[in-house]
Structure formats: C-alpha cells, structure tokens
Design a protein around this ligand. Structure first.
Ligand code: NIG
Ligand code: FE
Length: 403
C-alpha cells in the first residue's frame, strides 16, 4: 500500500480559484505516494481518510505553495559569456554581438567541446541553485548543439537532471541559431533540424519543439517548416517570439496551437488576439528584459484584457539571462512588468504548468502531484517582496521531502 502522510498546521496557498490566492488557514495536505489525495481546512478532512494516515508532519503555521516551475530555460551549455556582458556594457548590442559571430554561436562552440559528464556537472549545479528556491519542475531546451549528435547529447544531459529529484521536460530548439558548417545555407539547416526531429523523438528525448523566430535567427517561413515537422510527430510547439522585433511569430505559433510564446516584448495587438483565441500562454522573461537592458515592455494591459494566461520563467542561459533565482523573477515581474504578486506566483506555478502542457501540477488540489514548498512567510506576497533573501524551509517533490 502507498504511504499516506498528513501535512498539517499549514497556511495553504492553493491557487485553485480562477482569481485570488485561494488561502486556507489551518490547512492540511494529505499525500499518497506522489499525489495529493486531499487539500483543505484540517477540520474538513474526512474521518475515514484521517484513519488511513500513516505519518503526520506539523508545519507550525508555515505558508505552503505549489512547487515552483521554471518553464523556459537553456540550462545545459558549456562555457560562459561574461566578456560579452562587458562588451554590451561598453555599448555593443545583443544583436550586434550575434551578427559578429559571438552570442549563441560562442556557446555552441563551448558546448560542442564539452563532454556529457562536464555538461551534466554544470547543469546539475545550476539546477541545484534553482531547487534551493523551491523548483520542482524544470523545462530545458537544447539549441547549443545544432547537430543531431550534439543536440541529442544536450537533451540526454537535460533528462538526466531528473535524478536530482525534479520533474524535467525537454524542448528541442534546433532552430536556435545557424551553426558555422551551414553558413550561407539557412534553409538547408532548417531542413536538417526537421530531419533530425523524428530520431530525437523516437529516442524519447523531446516533449516539445521550439524555435527562435527573429531577424538574427529564423524567419516566420522557416519557423513554419519546423512547426510542420513537429505537427507530423504530434509534438506540441512553443516559440521565442517578438523578443527584439515583431515578426508575427505569435500569430504563426497560435495557428499551430502553441503551448506558449515566450519573451514577447514586441508583441502587437494581432499577436495578443491570436494567442487568446488559441489558448497560448504568454511566458514573460524578466531576467532577459533586465539583463539586456530592454526598455520595450511586454503589452501587459492587452494580455490581461484578452485573458491570455501569463507565466514567468528564468530563461536561464549564458547570454541574455544568467540568473538562477526564481524568487528574483517574482520580484522583477512586479517591479519591471507591474504584475501583481499574485499574478507573479501564478506565473511560476499554475500558468507555468500550462505552458508545459501539464495539467497535474501548479495548484494544491486533490489529484495533483504532491509538489509543494514550505516557506517562512506570513503572506504569499512576501515571496515577491523580498529579493536576495530565501525564506524556503522545505520542498516536497512527488510526495518526497527533499533532504
Ligand atoms: O531566450 N533568444 C534566444 N535565446 C536565448 C538566448 C540565448 C543566448 O544568448 O545564448 C534567450 O534569450
Ligand atoms: Fe530563451
């Protein structure tokens, strides 16, 4: 029989209502194996379930939220790009550095030069930093290998992070940049990206397909071909859209029923409408906005008005967002994007789950995965208020308390 544990004396932040925190004072959670069997006021726990409890844990009135979900990262890579940071501080733009052969392509060279064990060590250290602030589900994109073998290597490393006690989702981002061996042959490279996809899928290495649709990356027409290849395999798509300019990427992604469009600073009205109609999540990335010293804000009012679900993520990568703090993303989403603390927390939980196509997490309710965080805080808005302070007391992932 699966072990049941009662977690009591908690203030639950269930996020189950469509709006509001869904606070439950004197709350309790009943976990059964890796699932939540019940969540609510302790006084309402059915007597027969109480009788089935094998273990009890008191939480001293601490705040309990769903486990945090980072739905957009590029966590597996070699090297670092601090020299590029210095160049940007001296006035070079991200786009100029990319056009001069630096940027993503510099990381591709370092990633190709690293073996799987080296990449795994680097990625595990970064994943642990995220876990220290309550990460329970992590998405990792490829996109620094840019050949079948190298992309497979990076995706295997990403999948291996599950060994740390995390749920991991992997996204194939072969269409991230043009590798040097395809110089001048961009369409041939897109063909190759599409041709590698069935093999990677067959090897169980991908959950979704992403592309970078931008002046310095791939055109909407090329992105469409990548999405068509994904559709043939029944793989959901996502898009790096309208990060530096409005390419109409969001409309294209919505046409393919994309799980999410990410970045979106330059998203226009038509893109917002298309995303709303398709139920596509807007994944906002305040770390990249901040680190690239972007000044164009994502269209918050239009997204809200159209009812587009908004998620947040670190976008951790060595070029545009080297940060490893989910709590800082909560704070930045509020200070930079004027999100409310509640919108921000939904962005790292229920809406982040949706951006990954996962319906079984991100809220505290019966049937969900038993992924939750215990915080030394009296109110959930404190999670977005502090920065550089980590109030995490404990994480439970898949019903198991993390050491
Ligand atoms: O999400 N925009 C494209 N990809 C990454 C940056 C990758 C890099 O600079 O290495 C991003 O910002
Ligand atoms: Fe990204």
């Amino acid at each position: 029989m699966t072990q049941t544990t009662l977690w009591r004396d908690a203030q639950l932040v269930t996020l189950t209502p469509a709006q509001g925190w869904g606070l439950v004072p004197d709350g309790a959670l009943l976990t059964e194996g890796e699932r939540l069997r019940w969540a609510g006021p302790l006084a309402e726990l059915p007597a027969e379930w109480r009788a089935s409890v094998a273990a009890e844990q008191g939480l001293d009135g601490a705040l309990v939220t769903p486990g945090l979900i980072d739905c957009h990262t590029h966590l597996v890579y070699g090297g670092e790009r601090s020299a590029e940071f210095e160049l940007r501080l001296q006035g070079a733009s991200y786009e100029e550095i990319a056009r001069a052969g630096g940027g993503i392509r510099a990381t591709v060279a370092a990633t190709r030069a690293a073996d799987e064990a080296q990449l795994a060590r680097g990625a595990a250290a970064r994943a642990r930093a995220l876990m220290a602030e309550g990460l329970t589900t992590l998405e990792v994109k490829s996109g620094y290998g840019l050949s079948l073998e190298q992309e497979a290597k990076c995706l295997r490393v990403a999948r291996g992070l599950a060994g740390l006690g995390l749920s991991v989702r992997t996204t194939y981002l072969g269409a991230h940049a043009l590798p040097p061996e395809f110089e001048g042959r961009q369409d041939d490279y897109v063909d190759a990206v599409c041709a590698w996809m069935p093999q990677l899928h067959q090897d169980g290495l991908i959950d979704a397909v992403d592309a970078f649709c931008e002046r310095i990356a791939f055109t909407p027409a090329q992105t469409r071909r990548v999405f068509e290849a994904a559709r043939r395999l029944n793989l959901p798509v996502k898009l790096h859209a309208e990060q530096l300019s409005d390419q109409g990427g969001a409309q294209l992604a919505a046409e393919f029923g994309a799980l999410s469009c990410d970045h979106l600073e330059y998203l226009g009205e038509a893109g917002v409408r298309a995303m709303a109609a398709a139920g596509t999540v807007a994944v906002l990335l305040p770390g990249a906005y901040y680190f690239l010293r972007e000044t164009q804000l994502p269209p918050m009012a239009a997204l809200r008005e159209a009812g587009v679900p908004i998620a947040l993520a670190t976008d951790h990568n060595p070029g545009s967002s080297p940060g490893l703090s989910l709590l800082l993303m909560l704070n930045m989403a509020c200070t930079l994007f004027r999100m409310t603390p509640e919108e921000a927390l939904r962005g790292l939980t229920v809406n982040a789950a949706r951006a990954l196509g996962l319906a079984d997490r991100g809220r505290l309710a019966a049937g969900m995965r038993a992924d939750f965080c215990v915080w030394d805080a009296a109110h959930p808005r404190e999670l977005a208020y502090y920065f550089g302070r980590n109030p995490l007391r404990q994480t439970v992932a898949g019903g198991l308390p993390r050491a």
